[in-house]
Design a protein around this ligand. Structure first.
Ligand code: S3P
Length: 427
């Protein structure tokens, strides 16, 4: 695909429901009693994986249109081990969160993923789940992961990395542990969608400083939830509108959970013009509308403290920094190396190829900004959805456009990405 340069971004958009909440809602619905109803389901390959996995586990799921999903819960310990491996495709969140639930189910479960998912570290979930009493084997630290579930005991676990996926796996296992609360201590706050959903279900999920505790339950009531737009899906549009002069973009109904919106703070520091208004609460999560106008940016620093709040948006921060005045330094982001690709390498390679001045560090990037349009060229997503979206935005802000290889990777989180982008692009 060729992404041609744009003059500006202009219009109003809404993006599909939060991917991580859509996945969590399906998983929790699967172990709840009765029928859970999910509205605003963010349909994408990674969320469909949550549905196909719970179906493999014997749960009935009805899809009433693209954004409404009904899950007929099998009860807290009612999941059935299938004979075939559970296929998680590219969906790391679903694999890791499911592991926590499966650790407390009777049976032997084999969890497999695609090539990218099979390269990602899984000892980080295996270790705490073993400590709770489950039998968990990884393949040299990776998928296939084999879990033999059974009775679990509560633990207090200090996360070695700030990872919402690992935190959630332990908390979900904690629902099934007998004899007291399971506690997870995180080095820095990471997204709390799991905790919020549990509270919606009446479960005592409490935070004290950086420690989150969850009490075991006998059963979960069904969930009725409305999911707002995914901030990570809105982010490429926000960055494109910021970088293209004369832009005016309205994003309606987007989840603005403060543990997800670090990009707004970083861009604001760089001089961006982003208004957050019409704040409300939907399904236990903060939601708002965003208004973005273009701005000339200046360089900034992003460090470990801030990283969990914008981990999936750091590729876009690197692009914004490449067009800002001055040198931007991003550190404390070694986790980028174990995402769908090694995003420190893939982002550096991609932006360099388009004429930008970026160097990879062990745990981040150094970007020398040039406040004019980069030349353009070719980008290969190598199957990474966030890289495909980065390449698309880079194409719009470039002088000569970007030939995007592997553009279809956007379907992992946002199948309608290119149509929506085209609808607000002025050339
Ligand atoms: C996610 C957590 C983050 C993020 C991922 C989704 C989640 O991963 O990068 O895209 O839904 O919990 P880590 O928890 O591994 O940092």
């Amino acid at each position: 695909m060729k992404v041609e340069p744009a003059s500006s971004i202009d219009g109003a958009i809404a993006v599909p429901g939060v991917k991580g909440i859509s996945q969590r809602a399906v998983l929790l619905g699967a172990i709840a009693d009765g029928e859970s109803r999910i509205e605003g389901f963010g349909r994408a390959a990674d969320t469909e994986t949550a549905i196909s996995v719970v179906r493999q586990l014997g749960v009935e799921v009805d899809e009433d249109g693209p954004e409404t999903v009904r899950v007929h819960g099998a009860g807290l310990r009612g999941l059935r081990a299938p004979r075939e491996p559970l296929d998680f495709g590219n969906a790391g969140t679903v694999l890791r969160l499911s592991s926590g639930i499966l650790a407390g189910q009777e049976g032997r479960f084999e969890l497999v993923g695609d090539e990218s998912l099979s390269a990602r570290p899984q000892e980080r979930i295996a270790e705490p789940l073993r400590e709770m009493g489950a039998h968990v084997e990884t393949t040299d630290g990776h998928a296939p992961v084999v879990i033999e579930g059974g009775p679990l005991s509560p633990i207090r676990y200090e996360l070695p990395v700030a990872s919402a996926q690992v935190k959630s796996a332990v908390l979900l296992a904690g629902l099934l542990a007998e004899g007291g609360a399971t506690r997870v201590v995180e080095p820095r706050p990471s997204r709390d969608h799991t905790e919020r959903l549990l509270r919606e279900l009446g479960v005592a999920a409490k935070r004290r400083g950086n420690e989150i505790s969850v009490a075991p339950v006998d059963h979960l009531p069904p969930l009725a939830i409305q999911i707002a737009g995914d901030f990570s899906s809105a982010a490429p549009f926000v960055v494109a509108a910021t970088l293209l002069s004369g832009s005016e973009l309205l994003v309606q109904g987007v989840n603005v959970n403060p543990l997800r919106t670090g990009l707004i703070d970083v861009l604001a520091r760089m001089g961006a013009n982003i208004a957050v208004f019409n704040r409300r609460s939907v399904g236990g999560e903060p939601v708002a509308d965003l208004e973005v106008r273009s701005a000339q940016l200046v360089a900034t620093r992003v460090g470990a403290e801030e990283v969990p709040r914008l981990i999936d948006e750091l590729p876009l921060v690197a692009l914004a920094a490449a067009m800002a005045r001055g040198e931007t330094v991003i550190t404390g982001a070694a986790e980028l190396r174990v995402k769908e690709t090694d995003r420190i390498e893939t982002v550096t390679t991609s932006l360099k190829a388009l004429g930008m001045h970026i160097t990879a560090g062990d745990d981040g990037f150094r970007v020398r900004g040039v406040p004019t349009r980069p030349k353009g060229g070719g980008v290969d997503s190598v199957g990474d959805h966030r890289l495909a979206m980065l390449g698309a935005v880079a194409g719009l802000v470039s002088r000569e456009g970007v030939r995007l290889e592997g553009a279809d990777a956007v379907a992992i989180s946002f199948p309608g990405f290119f149509d929506l982008l085209e609808s607000v692009t002025r050339r």
